[in-house]
Ligand binder design. Structure first.
Ligand SMILES: Nc1nc2c(c(=O)[nH]1)N[C@H]1C(S)=C(S)[C@@H](COP(=O)(O)O)O[C@H]1N2
Ligand SMILES: [Mo]
Length: 380
């Protein structure tokens, strides 16, 4: 790249890699990554905070659905990091465009690009730190990450609309850049794109093992390797962090409320028909891991309390406080034969950190809703 500085004048960039074609080629990869990330993020948000009307409509199948979509959310976000870096590098000379504002339309366009860039940087930064459970900011992660996601998506749509002529020319190969610079497709750009491709492949392969078990051995940077943790599964919130102690569980009873409320001791629960399911725990933060769970079907517990065949449930944890102490379970999940109040994991009694004495495990459900240390089930 050649810089031609002139006193009192803007810097001029003449390298072909900073042309519209490079920006478009990278945008063609970055755009879909952002769209996949946005769509899967929105889905995750709806599953975690379903609007009242939706609770009973959320499907419990395919059982691996959330593992796939949340794995895609985190993987597309991670892949977008090198893509965004390359894109910003390709277009940053435009920051120095002269004159900085040519017209009202131009000013608006520059503002919209500023919003787009800021929102994209913010989403990737906060999302990435969230996968490490690191929150060095004064706001709540979930609502802000969600709101800025909409801002990012909206400004992306606007950007594509404004830039449509260049994008269309790129596809129809009538790009003025290509005509004016016949060498623009030379090794320069190819090398840049190969480099970007290699970076995307590297960050994906070294992190995706956190949700794709077969690629686990390649996982270097996934923040919480699914391979580690007691009983073959990582722990997100420990019993100590949740304030749940062994003493508090000494006279534990499961309370089930409904038309015919009852309570059960752990021995009574163990005496009920036990079922075994293999289901993944898929954390919103990107890791997931399958385990063998044994316990009592939630629908059997609800039915015994007088819940009909369409009953949903409310699950209440013993944990004193915390965003996920109480969760709603729609009827498709509550009635699914795979949904258990699990007492055992991989053949062992649940450890305290995994939710002893009883926890929820349900198909196609975010990890945050797989409530641990369950104390009460309510027919809803
Ligand atoms: N009561 C309660 N249950 C909870 C949580 C919690 O904070 N409190 N964390 C959830 C989250 S975020 C995840 S990913 C899973 C993790 O389960 P594990 O620690 O057994 O792997 O438990 C869920 N169950
Ligand atoms: Mo989680």
């Amino acid at each position: 790249m050649r810089l031609i500085p002139r006193p009192g004048r803007p810097v001029v960039f003449t390298a072909p890699l900073h042309d519209a074609r490079t920006a478009t080629v990278i945008g063609r990869l970055l755009g879909p990554a952002v769209v996949v990330c946005f769509a899967t993020g929105l889905l995750s948000h709806v599953l975690q905070h379903p609007p009242g009307l939706l609770v009973d409509r959320l499907p419990s199948r395919p059982y691996w659905g959330y593992r796939l979509t949340q794995g895609l959310h985190v993987a597309s976000g991670i892949a977008a990091v090198p893509l965004l870096a390359a894109k910003l590098w390709a277009v940053y000379p435009r920051l120095f465009a002269w004159p900085p504002v040519r017209s009202a339309r131009h000013a608006l366009e520059r503002i919209s690009v500023a919003v787009l860039v800021a929102a994209a940087l913010f989403e990737l930064f906060t999302g990435l730190l969230n996968t490490f459970q690191w929150y060095p900011w004064p706001f709540a992660f979930v609502p802000v990450h969600h709101a800025v996601g909409w801002l990012l998506f909206g400004s992306l749509l606007l950007h594509v609309a404004v830039r449509w002529p260049e994008i269309r020319d790129h596809y129809t190969r009538r790009s003025p850049g290509t005509l004016a610079l016949p060498a623009a497709d030379g090794p320069d750009r190819r090398e840049l794109l190969l480099g970007v491709g290699a970076a995307v492949t590297a960050v994906t392969l070294t992190t995706v093992g956190q949700s794709v078990t077969a690629l686990g051995p390649l996982e270097l940077f996934g923040p919480r390797s699914p391979a580690h943790g007691p009983q073959g599964l990582p722990v997100n919130r420990t019993a100590a962090a949740a304030g749940v102690t062994r003493e508090a569980l000494l006279d534990w009873r499961l309370t089930v409320t409904g038309p015919r409320p009852y309570t059960l001791t752990l021995d009574e629960l163990r005496a009920m028909p036990q079922h075994e399911v293999t289901l993944p725990l898929a954390c919103v933060e990107g890791w997931s891991k399958s385990a063998r769970w044994t316990g009592v079907r939630v629908r059997d517990l609800l039915e015994r309390a007088g819940g009909g065949p369409r009953a949903g449930a409310r699950v209440v944890s013993l944990e004193a406080a915390g965003a996920y102490r109480v969760t709603e379970m729609g009827r498709h999940h509550a009635q699914d034969p795979l949904t258990l109040l699990a007492l055992r994991i991989n053949g062992e009694v649940l450890s305290l950190d995994h939710g002893h004495p009883a926890r929820i495990i349900a198909p196609n459900r975010p990890g945050v809703l797989q409530t641990k240390w369950v104390g009460r089930l309510e027919v809803a």
